[in-house]
Design a protein around this ligand. Structure first.
Ligand SMILES: Nc1nc2c(c(=O)[nH]1)N[C@H]1C(S)=C(S)[C@@H](COP(=O)(O)O)O[C@H]1N2
Ligand SMILES: [Mo]
Length: 198
């Protein structure tokens, strides 16, 4: 039996219920970077979580790899309207990194090597989200954010900071690079929250 839902014949969506409004599918993996690709040596790489009270917890590359990791497969949606289904990664869940951290924060500013920033509610980083270091079974290449990047699949992909360096927890929301430039503060692709006011 074929069920036809009225109002969802969706030619523009290619009839694919996994495609958010205004998006089209891509098979390749476009690179979208604001500036030059930072080359971060894994020997000097460090990742840190900083709480609203200034407590800092950090990991070297070896320490990150020693943490429990998982493979995950997610759909990603760029605000420039491409979506890619079933992308396969390996990484450490953000809740593994936060552990029993003592915080009253609701917001996080992700900060990258190279200076990029983006804000994400803490709840979405527990949603889950990952610090990913493998893509399609290979070490994550610099163009796609290697050594490691954030992957927050339920938000537009600009929230998934490449070359992640720090998660800064705060009690107040602080917009990042694209949010300051007029992009949506939250960025839910299913509600098509592309720009401020959407
Ligand atoms: N540090 C950093 N992270 C970033 C970006 C960037 O320019 N710098 N671009 C964002 C945007 S707009 C998108 S769509 C994705 C692109 O990731 P990709 O280049 O691996 O496809 O990374 C996001 N994370
Ligand atoms: Mo993007």
């Amino acid at each position: 039996m074929r069920v036809v839902t009225p109002g969802f014949t969706g030619r523009a969506r290619g009839n694919n219920p996994r495609l958010p409004p205004g998006q089209h599918l891509t098979e390749d993996f476009p690179v979208l970077s604001v500036g030059p690709t930072p080359r971060v040596n894994r020997d000097r790489w460090e990742f840190a979580v900083v709480t609203e009270r200034g407590a800092r917890r950090s990991w070297t590359w070896r320490e990150l790899l020693a943490l429990p990791s998982e493979q995950f497969t997610v759909d990603i949606h760029c605000v420039t309207q491409w979506s890619k289904l079933d992308t396969r990664w390996r990484g450490v869940r953000v809740d593994t990194l936060l552990g029993d951290l003592d915080t009253a924060a609701d917001y996080v500013l992700a900060r990258s090597y190279g200076g990029y920033t983006t804000n994400i509610p803490l709840a979405d980083l527990l949603g889950p989200a990952w610090i990913a270091y493998e893509y399609a079974g290979q070490p994550l290449v610099p163009e796609h954010g290697g050594p490691a990047r954030l992957v927050v699949p339920q938000l537009y992909f600009w929230k998934s900071a490449k070359w992640i360096r720090e998660l800064r927890l705060g009690t107040k929301d602080a917009p990042g690079f694209w949010e300051t430039a007029g992009y949506h503060d939250y960025g839910d692709p299913w509600r098509e929250q592309r720009y401020q006011g959407d």
